[in-house]
Design a protein around this ligand. Structure first.
Ligand code: TRP
Length: 399
């Protein structure tokens, strides 16, 4: 009866009815099986393995991830070493990507990512991600990708204007696959990733609108402090970057850190100690903002009780750069020393780190495969996974 009734509707209306029914079905399934409760909180985040991680990564995102991990409020946490994404602009240098897999894994473990709580995995192992990307591509226009401000800036930085690799241009879509494959609800990243998250949310909405409620819309989690958002390089340039040679790495030895801090760019108008100084756009003060807490004053610089007092003195004049830099050095050494120690421990157990990556990658692959099945089901391309396709065809040809 229903079949005859439906048959008389135009295709578009039929499709809409199907979608509504499917949404109801999915929601009911979620409620009944508890298989994916709406309240489940899931983190997915990651980094490209193109170099060792530096303190910009640390305050901009790593530290937050560890706090979130240890807060116990997340049901699942996935941290991805984005080697496939790294290849989108390093296609001619696979050795660089390969060499940095372990470096990034060691950096993760050394800052406190705990493999008992978080799955660390390698992107290229989860081949389901590329399949998702392929389908999501149909939901994004070229002009929308061209408007992505992060991609725009990166194209300029790499002088790609006349010859953008398609894979690179496409990476926001692949990033949406990374996030949605895990039904991530939260993505803790640096501020530069905001356009990627926006693009991902658009893809989720479009997908769910066209194929029925399937994917989960993620939320970005940014650092709470402005200084942590965009830590400048030690030369005062806008961003810490390997190619600019202005980074302090998590794996740097104490003497290197000290040398880098003591050579840091400060306020160029603060020539003599007595001169009034500027703290805004002064990397030394931005770093202090990101790293120091009131306890550090009691420990290393008891003449001041907090950063505001130190800042006010510098602005008034009468406070030398060397004193401030020495304080910053003490603060950063204290923060980075346990990280370095843990890194050295893991460096002695590379076999274990390898096993951690392998185990994490297996879990991630399983999870992504589940989502891929849901996606293919929603898109009606799951011909061999259920008897439905055959049943439909038999019926169609027997009518
Ligand atoms: N684009 C990120 C970076 O530049 C890495 C990354 C790839 C990522 N996929 C992601 C981050 C998904 C968060 C979510 O380091």
């Amino acid at each position: 009866m229903t079949a005859i009734f439906l048959k008389n509707f135009p295709e578009i209306v039929k499709r809409k009815i199907e979608l509504v029914t499917q949404n109801m079905y999915n929601k009911a399934r979620i409620c009944l099986t508890g298989e994916m409760t709406m309240a489940e909180k899931i983190i997915l985040t990651g980094d490209r393995p193109t170099g060792k991680l530096h303190v910009g990564h640390y305050v901009g995102s790593l530290k937050r991830r560890v706090e979130l991990q240890n807060s116990g409020t997340f049901d699942k946490i996935f941290i991805m070493i984005a080697d496939a994404q790294a290849l989108t602009d390093n296609a001619d240098n696979p050795a660089k990507v390969r060499d940095n897999i372990m470096e990034v894994a060691l950096d993760y473990l050394s800052v406190g990512i705990d493999p008992a709580k978080s799955h660390i995995f390698i992107q290229s192992y989860v081949t389901e991600l590329t399949e998702l990307t392929f389908y999501y591509q149909n939901l994004v226009t070229v002009s929308r990708l061209q408007r992505n401000p992060t991609v725009k800036a990166e194209i300029q930085m790499r002088n790609f204007e006349a010859s953008i690799p398609v894979g690179f241009f496409n990476y926001p879509i692949s990033q949406a696959a990374d996030i949605t494959a895990f039904h991530a609800t939260a993505v803790p990243v640096g501020e530069d990733q905001e356009p990627m998250l926006e693009q991902c949310r658009e893809i989720v909405r479009k997908f769910n609108d066209v194929y029925g409620e399937t994917l989960t819309e993620p939320e970005i989690i940014l650092p709470s402090n402005q200084a942590c958002m965009r830590l400048p390089g030690i030369d005062g340039k806008s961003k810490m970057s390997k190619s600019l040679g202005n980074c302090i790495y998590l794996s740097d030895e104490p003497e290197d850190i000290k040398k880098k801090i003591m050579s840091m760019f400060t306020d160029p108008t603060h020539l003599r100690r007595e001169d009034p100084g500027h703290t805004e756009n002064n990397p030394v003060f931005i770093y202090l903002d990101a790293f120091c807490r009131d306890e550090h004053f009691a420990e290393f610089l008891p003449e001041y009780s907090c950063l505001d007092e130190l800042r006010a003195h510098y602005e008034r004049g009468g406070l030398g750069d060397v004193k401030v830099k020495k304080f910053l050095n003490n603060v950063m050494q204290e923060e980075l020393s346990p990280i370095r120690a843990r890194r050295k421990e893991y460096e002695q157990r590379i076999g274990d780190v390898y096993d951690i990556l392998k185990a994490g990658s297996e879990v991630a692959k399983e999870e992504a495969a589940k989502t891929l099945s849901e996606v293919k089901h929603a898109m009606k391309i799951d011909y061999f996974d259920t008897p439905e396709f055959l049943e439909e065809q038999v019926k169609k040809y027997s009518e």
